[in-house]
Design a protein. Structure first.
Length: 312
């Protein structure tokens, strides 16, 4: 099976009350860890690439790594997605370069400008059989090239979603209901709470339409502790509670983005190995442990959070 778009994935997820994991990839070990878990659990996956990942690993290298997964799992539904495309040019580059899904993030612009930009990307993408995700509302936090202060963040306005979707022709919509980019999502002592009331209003206004949650890592505390115990400094790193993400996955949310949790898992493995044996200098010795941690995180997400096990 070649790379697929997310259309059929999202249709099944919406009807089945589960979500597809969109996992950010940056190198071979992360791709392998994600793929190994998805293959074992027979789960569809979205492998997504940020602007930062393209700068680090190069477009063609990442595409070839994903193609390698297809050769190992020819029957597994896999979409290759651009995460947070900043402008038409980067979306066009990814569409022309083999991606099956792109996100155009015009959330920093006024409503009408966001519509105009998104529509332009949608027209080009659909002409090339590629689907498009857009965003309404602004998530706080820092992750790769995405930097939004808490003061500049804003919830999605449910009264705008129907007009936005109808005017742009977009295929899925990322919304802001309290998730946040990066590992420092909430202040210590606060109880993280997603705005399910906003989500319900959005569902009502655009029924049967796939919704996306960005910034949805849960920041596993076991990995934070391992990192800090081995020379790290991740004070007050707090993520989104997994029970709330599972609740979201049972609703109109068909795609949940996970990046920071993979970074934490890999970093914890590498730090632990290097601290235990400072004489190690072979990258395979520490990267394979990081890869195993990534696989464990993805398997947990598929089974306990996304509900996508056996849905391929």
């Amino acid at each position: 099976m070649p790379l697929v778009t997310t259309k059929e994935m999202f249709k099944k997820a919406y009807e089945g009350g589960y979500a597809i994991g969109a996992f950010n990839v940056n190198n071979m070990e992360i791709v392998q860890g994600i793929a190994d878990a998805a293959i074992e659990l027979n789960s569809p996956i979205i492998l997504q690439v940020s602007a930062g990942a393209r700068k680090y690993a190069k477009h063609n290298y990442l595409v070839k790594l994903v193609e390698a997964v297809l050769s190992e799992a020819p029957d597994l539904p896999i979409a290759l997605h651009l995460d947070h495309g900043a402008d038409f040019e980067i979306c066009k580059s990814c569409i022309d370069g083999g991606f099956t899904s792109v996100m155009i993030d015009g959330s920093k612009y006024p409503f009408e400008e966001n519509i105009e930009l998104t529509k332009k990307v949608v027209e080009y993408a659909h002409a090339h059989n590629v689907v498009v995700e857009a965003e309404l509302g602004k998530l706080a936090g820092v992750e790769d090239d995405v930097k939004v202060s808490a003061e500049d963040s804003s919830y999605t306005r449910p009264e705008e979603v129907e007009e936005f979707v109808s005017k742009t022709g977009v295929d899925s919509l990322a919304i802001a209901i309290g998730t946040s980019h990066g590992a420092y999502k909430f202040k210590p002592g606060t109880k993280p709470q997603l705005r399910f009331d906003i989500l319900a209003e959005i569902e009502k206004n655009i029924p049967n339409f796939p919704i996306v949650l960005h910034g949805a890592s849960s920041v596993p505390q076991e990995y934070v502790k391992i990192i800090n115990a081995n020379g790290g400094a991740l004070k007050d790193a707090i993520g989104v509670p997994e029970d709330q993400l599972r609740q979201a996955a049972r609703s109109a949310v068909c795609k949940i983005n996970i990046d920071s949790d993979l970074r934490l898992a890999m970093t914890a493995g590498i730090r632990e190995v290097m601290t235990k044996d400072p004489s190690i200098f072979d990258p395979r010795d520490y990267l394979k442990v990081g890869r195993a941690n990534v696989k464990a995180v993805v398997a947990h997400k598929i089974k306990e959070v996304l509900g996508s096990e056996g849905k391929a």
